[in-house]
Design a protein around this ligand. Structure first.
Ligand code: HEM
Length: 200
């Protein structure tokens, strides 16, 4: 149905389209944040952090010492610079995006989310329907979700400094899974156990 005449001449319709409007708003917000940073943190910190932001397209190895001259410093010197401890912002090659996994990171991400969404159903269902199948579903979904969650944190924050860090986590997870399965087979099972804890 066409707009009535008075609405077409309404001032509201003369505003820029929503996309332009949000672009302007975010630019202003960014400017305001930079201003606040200068005010509270002082210009020294700003002048230190700004190059890192503007040069985020340069790979870490080149960023670390002399980005202008494109010099790649020796490894021990690279590790001694603060840039080594900064998060890498890309750009990432397809090989890097894939990592050394068997599947694309995006596929893995989707599976993680499907599992997390399925937990929204499994968790309340476990309160009403109990039995070995529900015990198994609750144990495996929560364990796998927790495993991937912590594994992601280790990858993001620790792997760079402690490359072996995943192995203790794999061992803990396998032991946890074995413990949960043992408990489900030989005892009341996780659903009943949670109910019993809450009844205390
Ligand atoms: C129905 C319940 C739950 C839902 C829907 C859920 C959903 C999610 C989602 C979507 C993320 C990813 C967040 C992100 O990448 O920014 C996440 C992260 C995580 N979840 Fe859950 N979760 C649930 C329960 C649990 C439970 C019970 C545990 C403990 C075993 C847990 C442990 C974690 C951990 C360790 C992370 C990683 C945190 C991080 O990356 O900083 N979650 N969860």
């Amino acid at each position: 149905m066409p707009w009535p005449k008075w609405k077409r001449s309404n001032r509201l319709l003369e505003l820029p389209p929503l996309r332009e409007f949000s672009k302007m708003a975010s630019m202003n917000l960014l400017r305001a944040c930079q201003g606040a940073k200068c005010l509270f943190l002082g210009p020294r910190i700003m002048s230190k952090s700004l190059p890192a932001i503007t040069q985020s397209h340069i790979p870490n190895k080149q960023l670390s010492l002399s980005p202008q001259h494109n010099i790649t410093p020796p490894d021990f010197l690279r590790r001694a610079t603060p840039d080594y401890f900064k998060a890498r912002r890309g750009p990432f090659t397809p090989e890097e995006k894939r990592g050394d996994h068997k599947m694309m990171a995006s596929t893995h991400w989707k599976i993680e989310r499907i599992l997390a969404i399925s937990m929204i159903g499994v968790m309340p269902a476990a309160l009403f329907v109990q039995g070995p199948i529900m015990d198994f579903m609750l144990s495996t979904t929560v364990l796998l979700h927790g495993f991937w969650g912590v594994d992601g944190v280790l990858t993001d924050y620790l792997e760079k400094f402690l490359p072996f860090i995943h192995w203790p986590w794999y061992i803990i997870t396998i032991m946890g899974l074995a413990g949960l399965l043992y408990f489900n087979y030989n005892d009341v099972g996780v659903c009943k156990a949670i109910q019993m804890v809450w009844r205390l």
